[in-house]
Design a protein around this ligand. Structure first.
Ligand code: SAH
Length: 264
């Protein structure tokens, strides 16, 4: 019979934000933890480049991208607990930041229930990488006094207070919005957002194949379809983007990676 003294010490789990895909945007802490990890669980969105930082680790891919073969969330939670109970140092790498749209709360709850020691290490979220790509501020002293990070996942339902958001004058940074552009547009217009409000989509922010599509709330659905906008992309919406949108329109003729559609 095992006494509590004989019981093997369980390992520790680090929930780590991998940033949007550029390895240089990892925190030093994330890089240090990767270098000592015994097991790394990695999302598709984290990108495989980061794995060069943990050649010693056992890598488990647990991707869940929309439409593709996915790893059930409950399986990921069981895996985290199992590996930690086996005494391993586990890094759970998530694309962008851990706390945004990454189902971290379920993993945290599972670790707490199992009594596993864990830490959360933040990362650069896609919306901030998009702002950097656009060389643009998400706030603007004349137009936007804050930012809302929103998923378009519930765009067709009543879960998101679109009217309040439209009236808030916050810059809206919308995740998972490409496939739901039509319902997002309907919700934004229904909520009272002006039809000529600028919308800039940034596809593959902080990656070699980054691309921007510039539009307005009125034209976003057609423009995104014409430009074949693909996931992953974030949509940055609001008056804080107007100056940049106008400038992109002016620069369009000479700039290969910026696709301009219809900015007034
Ligand atoms: N935790 C992540 C978000 C995961 S939800 C973060 O903080 O960034 C997945 C969504 O994130 C995608 O549908 C897309 O909207 C956005 N996303 C993730 N990586 C991206 C990237 N490199 N460029 C643009 N959008 C990205």
């Amino acid at each position: 019979m095992k006494s509590s003294l004989q019981k093997a010490k369980s390992g520790k789990v680090f929930l780590v934000g991998a940033g949007p895909g550029d390895v240089e945007l990892l925190t030093l802490k994330a890089a240090r933890l990767l270098a000592v990890a015994e097991v790394v669980l990695i999302d598709d969105l984290a990108g495989d480049d980061v794995l060069t930082l943990c050649p010693q680790a056992r890598i488990i891919h647990v991707g869940k991208r929309g439409g593709c073969k996915s790893t059930p969330q409950s399986f990921i939670e069981k895996l985290l607990v199992r590996e930690a109970l086996a005494g391993h140092t586990v890094v759970r790498l998530k694309g962008g930041d851990v706390s945004l749209f990454g189902r971290a709360s379920e993993e945290i709850a599972a670790l707490e229930v199992a009594g596993i020691e864990f830490e959360v290490v933040p990362g650069v979220t896609a919306g901030l990488a998009a702002a950097a790509q656009l060389k643009s501020s998400l706030t603007h002293r004349d137009h936007a006094h804050g930012v809302a990070f929103i998923t378009a996942h519930g765009a067709e339902g009543a879960e998101i207070p679109w009217q309040a958001l439209a009236q808030s004058a916050l810059t809206l940074v919308v995740y998972m919005g490409v496939a739901r552009a039509a319902s997002l547009q309907a919700s934004l217009l229904g909520g009272g957002l002006r039809a000529d409000t600028p919308v800039i989509a940034v596809e593959n922010a902080a990656r070699a194949d980054v691309r921007s599509v510039c539009s307005t709330v009125a034209n976003m659905v057609g423009d995104f379809a014409r430009q074949s906008l693909k996931s992953p992309a974030v949509l940055v919406i609001g008056e804080a983007m107007r100056e940049r949108a106008v400038q992109l329109a002016v620069d369009a003729a000479n700039t290969a990676d910026i696709s301009i559609a219809s900015v007034a």
